[in-house]
Design a protein around this ligand. Structure first.
Ligand code: SF4
Ligand code: SF4
Length: 206
């Protein structure tokens, strides 16, 4: 899922857009917390002799994984990024894929073997990292060899999820943490494959 992350983490910034879109800063903070946890988890595994197999151009996971959760705040981020930040030939190809996504088993954001929304890819994609051997075509390493799949650092993962709940007006930190701890936060997610991306394709054309 191309979830690999550079070891030197820095928060993405879109200053003008963040000033206009109050939720965007929160989303970018959430992704920064996620990426920090991923980088820490990879460093820990590397210290134990593991080698990250994920690399640019490796995308079997994006073609085959059927159930990638995506949360409302993430959907807002994807819609914004696709509508406002992607142009030219990539935009044309992506627009077509989004319009036809039901007929295609691959993730609609996989264009020419790369994630078209890489800076704004969902948390689930950021978390999914595999060690030592790249996934075979059609393999979901989570099921075939769980020990080779990164376990995200719980502190950072939970921090990111709790942060996201501010977007849903969960008022206190205590309540946000409780909704992460009892798993009810995941009730907000839907499967990336089941989103009606054709609506976004229409918006891109407009
Ligand atoms: S190794 Fe697996 S999870 Fe990593 S980028 Fe390649 S196909 Fe995706
Ligand atoms: S959004 Fe799609 S193309 Fe991008 S990393 Fe996730 S599964 Fe792959």
């Amino acid at each position: 899922m191309s979830g690999h992350t550079d070891s030197a983490q820095s928060r993405l910034t879109f200053a003008e857009d963040e000033a206009r879109l109050p939720w965007l800063g929160l989303l970018l903070e959430m992704y920064n917390a996620t990426d920090q946890g991923v980088a820490q988890g990879i460093r820990q595994a590397e210290r134990q002799g593991r080698t990250l197999a994920c690399a640019r151009g490796c995308a079997a996971c994006c073609r085959s994984h059927a159930d990638i959760p995506v949360y409302p705040l993430e959907l807002a981020g994807i819609a914004w990024f696709v509508s406002e930040k992607i142009s030219g030939e990539l935009r044309q190809k992506l627009q077509q894929q989004l319009a036809e996504h039901k007929a295609n088993p691959s993730c609609p954001f996989l264009v020419d073997e790369a994630c078209a929304i890489h800076p704004l890819r969902p948390m689930a994609c950021r978390h999914f990292n595999v060690f030592d051997r790249a996934c075979a075509e059609g393999e979901d390493a989570f099921h075939t060899r769980r020990k080779d799949v990164l376990t995200p650092v719980a502190f950072h993962k939970n921090k990111a999820l709790a942060m996201m709940l501010r977007h849903h007006q969960v008022p206190t930190e205590t309540e946000r943490k409780a909704r992460v701890a009892d798993g009810s936060v995941h009730g907000l997610a839907q499967s990336l494959r089941e989103v009606r991306w054709e609506n976004l394709a229409r918006r891109m054309k407009g």
